[in-house]
Design a protein around this ligand. Structure first.
Ligand code: 0RQ
Length: 498
């Protein structure tokens, strides 16, 4: 092999304080696993000797504990974008130890190429194979690998022997031209292949190969609880209703679904439905449920950025790879999440809210308005350009102490203009074509938990004089301030906000 074999520690020595690091992968899938652990140890040693050591991390989406967890625990992250889901990093972000900025996933690769955030000093790319001339067979996720490999001054390959080379053919590597030379991205059907199966990099930039044998370590799903099942059933009922009235073509449309138990429940419900025909997905992540749907013939094809499967499911897929070869294409995030393609294909999008307000604005990211949860992820890329955009969430959180439907969202990620339908365990609010007051009435009657309905009906009365989108500016965040003071939004007393 043309490239030196390095230990993770030797590879970490290539990385300096203040470097911009670009990583392959999207979620835990396809994300490096050993060099960042060694880097965290190096940072701890530097800190112990009184020297500063932090790096800036640019990735496709969230990562894994080997990256965000290890580096956050070592307090070795300065800038971080565009999405994360690590409890340790979340603490660093909310205490201002790490400077996180939240970004639509489709935008980061192009913003890097535009020069917005400076150079990429080192790219760490997980691979199933690399040839002497620099052709890389990526692993279970792509993320921003093409862009960071192109921009990086140095490339470290993590050659992961847990990934069989039979994954060749599942990737579709394509990089759009940048303005002012940009043309359309030529995807007209979800399964149109537009790029190459391998990522070609300049071999002179590869400083070495670190061998690993570590799986992505994605956990399986917990059994669906009644609330999640009910949300899934409500989303299915809505989609079947649209199909029956002809608002969705009989051949159906491609689906995007976010991550987590609700997305899993929705896909499970669609798989069970006799009325929903076999469908395609144009999405950013596929999880275990999609494998089952493919095996049942219900999902024909999925365009994605990663295969975020549990280890058991991944083994099943690797063992039966020829069955999946024409059913999955993994693309860079700027293609899997491309607003242009989402709008062209008519993608029906399904994402999760932390909180929604009675007018249909969505907070996906900030717990009680200030504490970062994960980030906006790809939800905005899809929502804003959807054929129909759906948000769902349980009607309450923390055992009922929090109503997820509030008078005014405490942080805004998706505005009322982009949100078509809101669905909770209580029911469905179709917001399309409704004025703000009509939306509020529909959301309160159909989606709000019974314990909170009287309070929100009273809020609407209290604010009725207030114009097109009526609010009482004193009381608009009354649920949140009551929760902060008394730990229970049900104790809200509007007379205190008069
Ligand atoms: O808290 O963890 O302490 O139990 O928030 O809530 O209901 O378990 O939901 O795991 O599906 O996450 C929006 C965060 C939902 C996620 C979000 C508390 C609740 C619980 C988690 P605990 P659930 P999920 C695909 C597309 C944005 C990006 C996106 C997300 C915890 O779906 O990050 O959609 N989405 N990307 O108790 C205070 C509220 C709350 C609340 C819930 N209103 N106030 N706490 N919680 N509602 C992904 C990618 O782009 C890769």
């Amino acid at each position: 092999m043309a490239f030196p074999i390095l230990t993770a520690q030797e590879a970490a020595e290539v990385i300096n304080n203040g470097d911009n690091l670009g990583l392959s992968g999207f979620t835990a899938a396809g994300t490096p696993k050993v060099v960042t652990e060694a880097l965290a140890k190096k940072a701890e040693k530097e800190h112990a000797e009184g020297r500063p050591f932090k790096v800036n991390i640019f990735t496709g989406a969230s990562t894994n504990d080997h990256v965000d967890g290890a580096l956050a625990r070592a307090n070795a992250i300065d800038k971080r974008t565009p999405y994360q889901s690590s409890a340790d990093l979340r603490k660093r972000i909310n205490s201002h130890d790490a400077n996180y900025f939240d970004l639509h996933l489709s935008e980061l690769a192009q913003k890097l190429r535009y020069g917005t955030f400076g150079d990429i000093d080192v790219a760490i790319i997980e691979a199933a194979h690399v040839s002497d001339n620099g052709e890389i067979l990526l692993g279970t996720g792509v993320g921003m690998a093409p862009t960071v490999a192109k921009m990086a001054k140095k490339i470290i390959i993590e050659l992961n022997e847990a990934i069989p080379t039979s994954v060749e053919g599942l990737h579709d590597i394509y990089m759009p031209l940048d303005p002012p030379y940009r043309r359309e991205i030529p995807i007209y059907k979800p399964n149109d292949r537009i790029g190459s199966t391998l990522l070609k990099v300049d071999p002179a930039k590869i400083v070495g190969i670190v061998k690993t044998n570590i799986t992505d370590g994605v956990h399986g799903f917990s059994p669906l609880d009644d609330v999640t099942k009910q949300i899934g059933a409500n989303v299915c009922d809505f989609l079947i209703g649209e199909l029956r009235r002809g608002a969705i073509p009989a051949s159906f449309l491609p689906l995007q679904s976010g991550v987590g138990n609700i997305a899993n429940a929705v896909l499970f419900g669609l798989g069970e439905s006799k009325e929903v025909p076999a469908f395609d997905m144009y999405t950013e992540v596929i999880q275990d449920a999609v494998v089952d749907l493919m095996e049942k013939g219900k999902c024909r094809f999925a365009s994605t950025c990663s295969m975020t499967f549990s280890d058991a499911k991944m083994t099943e897929v690797f063992n039966n790879i020829d069955f999946f070869r024409d059913k999955i294409l993994m693309r860079p995030g700027e293609i899997s999440n491309s607003p242009e393609i989402v709008r062209r294909l008519g993608v029906i999008t399904m994402n999760t809210a932390l909180e929604a307000d009675i007018f249909g604005n969505i907070n996906s990211t900030h717990v009680v308005g200030t504490k970062m949860m994960n980030g906006i992820g790809g939800s905005g890329d899809f929502t804003r350009n959807a054929y129909i955009s759906i948000f769902s969430c349980p009607s309450t959180a923390k055992g009922g102490l929090i109503s997820t439907i509030v008078p005014m969202v405490s942080h805004l990620d998706h505005s009322e203009h982009s949100v078509d339908v809101l669905i909770t365990d209580q029911g469905i609010a179709d917001l399309r074509g409704k004025s703000p007051v009509q939306r509020a009435e529909t959301i309160i009657e159909n989606c709000v938990n019974p314990e909170y309905k009287p309070l929100l009906r009273d809020y609407l009365k209290l604010s009725q004089a207030g114009g097109h989108t009526p609010h009482s500016l004193n009381a608009a965040l009354g649920f949140h301030s009551t929760f902060a003071a008394e730990g229970d939004m049900r104790k809200t007393d509007w007379s205190k906000f008069a």
